[in-house]
Design a protein around this ligand. Structure first.
Ligand SMILES: Cc1cc2nc3c(=O)[nH]c(=O)nc-3n(C[C@H](O)[C@H](O)[C@H](O)COP(=O)(O)OP(=O)(O)OC[C@H]3O[C@@H](n4cnc5c(N)ncnc54)[C@H](O)[C@@H]3O)c2cc1C
Length: 296
């Protein structure tokens, strides 16, 4: 890779992506780039040859990277694109690398209500925008007024929410354009009530989810009118394991890494769960997690 002029971030060759994902598995990226800030990522992209494949990762909490890793550059936003400020008193701008939990707590402490649900999603603002993350009745894009994007040439622009096709855990965005920041509409609320809501929500999650093992959250989307977890449990798959990857006993739509699982174990288990559910329940489950990279 050439020298990049005036880049203030960190460029790391042959860097394992496992520490950058919540499943803690996966091979290396040819290069990982951790930008210093938005201006820096823009400068980096202006100089990155157009043919180099590019991946953006937040907290990697919805991503399974295969054991052979990925070609090209992975830009990591967590801990990098982390500015938060106000557009107007009821609209907060949060950059892509801010964690959803930080954003939810920050707005709650300001006495602003509406996005407390984000506290339970272990991803970044960029990942939440890309996935339309949601839980307990709330969805990210219900609160988005506009976003800032950055394209493959490093050009930054603002787009209104209406420019995006948004559905359940799905957002269609212009090709070769990524989220740099989101603007969230909030309402005046009561600080203590919002913080209490967050506390209750986190307690509920801790009861229902296998928080002590690395995992990728819900593996499959819920089919219309039903729950993937119910279908998996009814198919007798709770506890099924391949290598060190296991269908959680606590929440059947979670696959946990019990130690040294390979991405291959997890991917094979995902395929087996899907085929067994289809065979026994007649319903085709669609993965919610993004599976990327090469096999070893
Ligand atoms: C324990 C656990 C619980 C979870 N609970 C929920 C839940 O209740 N509801 C829910 O919706 N999800 C849940 N998830 C899944 C996950 O947290 C969300 O999908 C989250 O929004 C992913 O954010 P991330 O930053 O980790 O994204 P990543 O995994 O880093 O990325 C996900 C996708 O978004 C893309 N992406 C990342 N950043 C950007 C960007 N800046 N611009 C464009 N594309 C980008 C990536 O390329 C990838 O395709 C859970 C996961 C875990 C591990």
């Amino acid at each position: 890779m050439q020298d990049f002029k005036n880049c203030r971030g960190r460029l790391m060759p042959n860097e394992s992506l496992a520490p950058y994902t919540s499943w803690r598995v996966g091979g290396p990226a040819d290069f990982v780039y951790i930008p210093a800030d938005l201006a820096d990522v823009s400068n980096f992209l202006q100089q990155l040859p157009q043919q180099v494949p590019l991946l953006w990762l937040g907290l990697g909490s919805n991503t399974l990277v295969r054991d052979g890793g990925i070609e090209g550059v992975a830009i990591i936003t967590q801990g990098a694109l982390i500015e938060m400020n106000h557009d107007d008193p009821l609209v907060i701008r949060a950059e892509a690398g801010i964690s959803c939990a930080q954003l939810a707590r920050h707005t709650a402490r300001l006495g602003l209500t509406g996005i407390e649900f984000l506290a339970g999603i272990p991803g970044t603002v960029g990942g939440a925008l890309a996935m339309n993350a949601g839980c307990y009745g709330g969805e990210t894009w219900q609160h988005v007024v506009k976003v800032e994007t950055i394209d493959r040439q490093g050009k930054r622009q603002e787009r209104s929410a209406a420019d995006f096709e948004v559905a359940y855990r799905h957002v269609k965005r212009p090709e070769n354009e990524w989220f740099a920041a989101g603007y969230f509409q909030l309402n005046n609320g009561e600080k203590s009530q919002s913080l209490e809501k967050i506390k209750t929500l986190l307690e509920k999650r801790n009861m229902a989810q296998p928080t002590s093992w690395p995992n990728g959250g819900s593996v499959f989307r819920n089919p219309p009118g039903d729950y993937a977890a119910r279908l998996i449990e009814q198919s007798g798959l709770k506890g099924k394991a391949i290598g060190k990857a296991r269908v959680s006993e606590k929440h059947a739509n979670f696959i946990i890494n019990e130690g040294e699982a390979k991405a291959k174990d997890i991917e094979t288990l995902i395929a087996q769960v899907a085929s067994t559910v289809e065979e026994k329940q007649g319903i085709k489950l669609i993965p919610e997690v993004c599976i990327i990279g090469k096999n070893q």
